[in-house]
Design a protein around this ligand. Sequence first.
Ligand SMILES: [Zn+2]
Length: 620
Amino acid sequence: MRVPVQLDGTAVLSSGKVGDVTLDLPEVAFALPAGKSSPEVPELSALRLSTEGDLPTFVHGLILERGGARHPFQFEAKIGEEYLEGGWALETPEGSGHWAFTWPWTDTQRAKISGARVDVALWLNARHLFRSSQRFVEAIMDIRNTVGPSAVLWAPRIGLPENLAILHLMGIDLLDTTEGLLRAGRGAWIFPEFDSEEDLPPQPPLCGCAACQPSSDPVKAPGEEGERIRNRAIHAHHQYLLEERRVRHMIRGRRLRELVETRIGSHPFQAEVLRWWDSLGRDYVESQTTVVGEGTHPYVYAESHRRPEVERYRRRFTETYVPPRTKSVLVLVPCSFTKPYRNSPTHRAMARALSVAPSPSLIHLVSVTSPLGVVPAELEDIYPARNYDLPVTGEWSGPERSWVTDAVRRLQRSGRYARIAVHLSDEEYGWLKEVLPPSDSCEWTVVGDSSTSPKSLMRLSQFAGSLPSGNAPSGPGLLEEARSVLTFQFSQAIADRLIDGGSRLQGLPWMHRLVSSKGEILATWKENRGTWHLTVPGAEKVLDLAGDYSVIVNPDVELRGDLFAPGARSAGKSVREGSEAILTTGDRVVGVGESLVPGPWFGRLRRGMVVAVRKHGRKA
Ligand SMILES: [Zn+2]
């Protein structure tokens, strides 16, 4: 069984138990032939099927090494004829929670496993399926959905230093060194980026292992066959260790995806797997992707543009975004390196130019950016709008252009703009004229190729000066911006319920409080997280509308502190890691907090904290 400690999308740092061994996951187990205690090429016979009794037996001997201690671990499974192709699953021994299986399953098999307690899931034909990128992705989603989030998923004989990152990303907890040691046995010096078939390790050494250092030690000389292979095995062992450490480091920083994207550059098959993961697995992966983030993440490759948080932002924007009702003038500007954009020198210069407008609060400032499409000023703090960086060359690919034009169409459909200024250079953004042709109501205001040149800023200022004075005072303007953010975060219905006739905002903009007509605080804005936190009265006010954000708590649980897995029955379909969670017994709010795990895990995860509770509900 595994107990999650920290999530990075579908990759999970957890504390796990396999047999009698407690270990931190994800992990790579060192394959050792029986009776041996140093990394050597395993004897192939130890990995082959042997026949015993009626059924063939698969014996896989491995050593799990933790903190210098070695735990021999043997998994023995009796298997049927359909070893590679057909699906089967066996609990062995019965009642242990240890399941060995091959995939695909019939519905009956799937239902049987799904209803069982699965502590360890040993996926015996993973290596066979890893030849087809699409099948492998289909398999792993079905398997994880079926065995549940508490199972330790172990895929023997497919882990290599080059693919530890992507396999752990997809939620495989345990891999082993068998395949790399076999490659070493065939003469390869293996690295995450390439294999070298040279007689000697690459020089000067690319690696810090003992076998790679130049030395007069005769062991390292290409002497007898056994020694040659031993050196490669020592090297392989070291490469596994290094890459596994890198993977864990990246998960801790919630950036494993970045390591995966660098690895696929050397391995086209992995790129295929990642593309299927992003397309076929879109909803599966999105449901396990956090809605709040920290730091800056580089979006460099085409694959970066398809990251789940990016896809989600674009989809949510084109499907649900509604501009603040008070905004009657749209101003499109380029994004900036500094996040949030409003803090950048370029955006400050443009804001100054616009400040001459008789009613600046009528202006809706919207940044054009890749790969998000557009980011309106009030959404600048929403994840991932303030958490990315990308190479900027002024060239826009076909998909990048579509993301922007789709988003602009959404603005035009749902907004109430009488005037538009496109403060973007003709040279770089001329393709936007397809949706924003210059006209009496749509002015392109950049002179030359720089949006921040004195001439361009002057022109923007003139545009602002020509605007009519409106009668939208700043208070309601900000309230309408809050409505847009709440709609984006929750739904239009929830936003409208929270902001009704008498609601108002209190406090400083980065910690606004939304207050009801009765003076109760309904929600508080957390600027650095880009999210509104509901209070208990706020949650009570929207409870009938907020099923998608609710977590049903077992009625016999008396909630005192945080919510733990056994106390949760289920969660609404919009609950994500980092999202608001309204804790309810069905008809009563028993607390509000932040979900720590994906919605689909509620009711299935067996141990671990699932909601960090901010406030408990009023007593019944
Ligand atoms: Zn080495």
